[in-house]
Design a protein around this ligand. Structure first.
Ligand code: HEC
Length: 149
């Protein structure tokens, strides 16, 4: 399974982003809010990197592509836990509707997780990236439009 093979590398990458994100969010006091923002930032950073492969500003590399898809899959998989506790912060963009319809919120995270997982196991070349990014991007929008202010 690809996932196990890339997991250790992904953990190292995630820790790297973690340090970076802590610095970027020093204004956020609430730990739970900070953690969920970081997960989102990691997802966004991986999306950006995959976008570079698509545009050709980064040399296409299948292993790095799968690592980034795995980072997205992993962070989507922990999104329900990260948002489970009701937590607010002046800098948070989370809508209170999350905790009113939490099952629906969880389902939207699950769609991102399964989309990323499918792609980890199916994407093989650069030509597939347009579709891949579109399918991932629509899951972000589906959740943000309802749950991010
Ligand atoms: C299940 C819902 C959900 C999905 C799916 C989702 N997000 Fe988010 N995202 C949120 C919520 C809620 C916030 C606001 C969190 C907060 O500010 O407390 C957020 C915030 C963000 C932020 C801002 C983080 C920060 O530093 O404050 C970025 C960037 C982001 N999301 C990117 C993405 C991208 C890219 C995708 C898709 C690949 C995605 N998100 C998918 C719910 C989701």
């Amino acid at each position: 399974m690809y996932i196990l093979k890339y997991l250790s590398i992904s953990v190292a990458v995630i820790l790297g982003f973690w340090t970076f994100s802590v610095m970027a969010h020093s204004g956020v006091e609430n730990k739970a809010v900070m953690a969920r923002m970081m997960a989102m930032k990691e997802i966004a950073a991986s999306m950006k990197y995959i976008g570079k492969f698509r545009r050709g500003t980064e040399q296409f590399n299948i292993q790095e592509l799968k690592e980034n898809l795995e980072i997205i899959r992993y962070n989507a998989s922990v999104t329900p836990q990260l948002f489970e506790i009701y937590a607010v912060d002046p800098l948070s963009e989370a809508a209170t509707e999350i905790w009113e319809t939490f099952d629906d919120f969880k389902n939207r995270a699950k769609v991102l997780e399964s989309t990323a997982e499918k792609l980890v196991n199916s994407v093989e070349n650069k030509e597939q990236l347009n579709e891949a990014l579109k399918s991932l991007g629509s899951t972000c929008k589906s959740c943000h439009s309802k749950y991010r202010n």
